[in-house]
Design a protein around this ligand. Sequence first.
Ligand code: SF4
Length: 243
Amino acid sequence: MAPKALAARIAGLYESLLSFYGKQGWWPIPSLAGKAGFDARGYHPGNYDQPRSSRGRFEVALGAVLTQNTAWTNVEKALARLHAEGIGLPADIHVLTHERLADLIRPAGYYNQKARKLAGMARLFGAKDALSLKGAPPRDVLLALWGIGPETADSILLYAFKVPVFVVDAYMRRILERIGLIPQRAGYADIQRLFHAALPANHAVYNEFHALLVEHAKQHCRAKPICIACPVKSCRYRTAARR
Ligand code: SF4
């Protein structure tokens, strides 16, 4: 597909999802739930200026690790346990034993591995430069942490530090393959490059688009898709299913 046509399809997909599902308010910050501009679970639709504090940025990073291989509702439980103990900054993690941290985050699953990952993240965020809004940690520094892959690293860059980098995940891959925008088994970097080329480098658009794709994968484009009433009009999968 010609780059212009591809860009038009990607832009059209964004508009369709946005008008159907509305603004998603990512990344949720549960510690601010119920505060002005935040809903009861910490979502903040239409406000792309969050998080605005080092504590908020660290909370996003914790959530990005905790959500690996589990549902966000389990992450909320783990974060609530941390918050109940007054744990919200890297220094609070430093003083915990591995066993204590693992026990606190148990609801998020894989708690031994995730405790090790959180300890590494706390060491990075504990370094002065990483806490500056201007100073997002370099991607390769995040990727060098034990257990941090491209999806988690990019989630932290985009949602904690507002760096315009598109997050690719399994939901996105499934939707794009079905629609016919990417070939099967396309690589992470290839998909990311495609979106970077098609869209302006705008963190608010990347924020919203990724969140919308996740919502679409949950509501319609599930493992067994619900194509009736799907807002995506041009889909190769649906067309093929009708034949
Ligand atoms: S029509 Fe079906 S397969 Fe295509 S995007 Fe919608 S839910 Fe997914």
